[in-house]
Design a protein around this ligand. Sequence first.
Ligand code: PDD
Length: 277
Amino acid sequence: MPVEEATISVMDRGFLFGDGIYEVVPVFGNKLLRAKGHLDRLKNSLSRISLQNPCSDEEWMQIFIGLLERNAGDDRAIYLQISRGAYAKRDLAIKTEYPPTIFAMVLHVTPPDIEVVSAGISVITVDDFRWHACDIKSTSLVANVMLKQQATAAGVDDAILIRNGMLSEGTASNVFVVKDGVLSTPPTGHELLPGITRDLVIEIAKNNAILVEQRDIKAAELLDADEIWMTSSTREIAPVIQLNGEVVGSGKAGDMWKRVVDMYQEHKRLLRVGKVI
Ligand code: PDD
């Protein structure tokens, strides 16, 4: 149905409590990028919040393909949200007799223009005051909204989040640091979302003999980095050229970024013709 006609109950726990999870799956030329990775992360998010997966992987894929067929376009993304449904009473306790609310739509996304992206973005570091369950792709995003607003108020594009002096991630992306030819990113765990783009970037880099380290990264290392990148399904790989008002590396998108972004574009090209997943 048209998105304006879709409705949910005001008693929906997704609305009342942000009690739900979501996924954003990029689609290039009718092919879903890393569908299995997204479905696995969906299962993990659901199990972490004790919500039974309402569909099998095959059923989800049928829903996605049906949506794509009815919403023509080239580059798109599937947005899927599952909340714990609408209960008769507002009550935190979980009751399994109520069915979840499932909402999926096609987002029309313009893939980032490489020329524009290569101009780079400016960011600030902010205190990551979120909870210790950031590996859940939860629809409770008010903390991320507040952190993003700190960046907007400071007149920059985004914020890099720091918890106890260590890098966690971006407001809606993962963060990579390049120093002396080595690509590093914080390890997965409860402090950050295990990004599917993050996985793909690591895979591409490793396959092309780039040294990759998944390790704790001190905030101070950001100041000293040759390159910093932010990655997500919608943003792809964005180079950071300014951090807290200081120039990062050469002040331009770096050589390693150019290499990896080219390989990422090639991956997308191969996906369109069905040669990779
Ligand atoms: N966000 N970390 C956070 C907090 C995110 O919200 C996202 C993605 C990522 C990157 O994950 P992936 O590479 O799987 O997109 C990391 C999506 C795009 C969103 O909220 O729209």
